[in-house]
Design a protein around this ligand. Structure first.
Ligand SMILES: [Zn+2]
Length: 113
């Protein structure tokens, strides 16, 4: 279950940042889990609760945004939204594109007190 390791990474990052800011605790964490990443948001939420126990991030509200897959189509030279890795470009129906976003997990925002 790689969500556990990912959640640990998020909590480490968030706690480091919060400690650097002199925060007493983390209120809210906003992360992005790309639709085309192989990450299960529900599992992240569950693991976040577990690994944040006893840290500055304990009890923090976790918000998960789901950015869509973004690809640069080679024939169109346009950035388009793709629903899956095997999906064609919605403009030209070709499948010659390069993924440029929506396949990763990132921390977007942090609210501390
Ligand atoms: Zn295209």
């Amino acid at each position: 279950m790689h969500e556990l390791a990912l959640s640990q990474g998020i909590v480490d990052l968030v706690c480091q940042q919060a400690a650097a800011d002199g925060a007493r605790r983390v209120r809210r964490v906003r992360i992005a889990v790309g639709v085309l990443s192989s990450v299960e948001p529900d599992a992240i939420e569950f693991c976040f609760d577990v690994v944040s126990r006893g840290t500055l991030a304990e009890g923090a509200r976790l918000e998960i945004a789901r950015p869509p897959g973004r690809a640069r189509c080679v024939p169109c030279d346009a950035v388009v939204t793709v629903a899956g890795r095997d999906q064609p470009c919605p403009l030209c129906s070709e499948r010659r594109w390069v993924l440029v976003g929506g396949d990763d997990l990132r921390v977007l925002e942090l609210e501390v007190e």
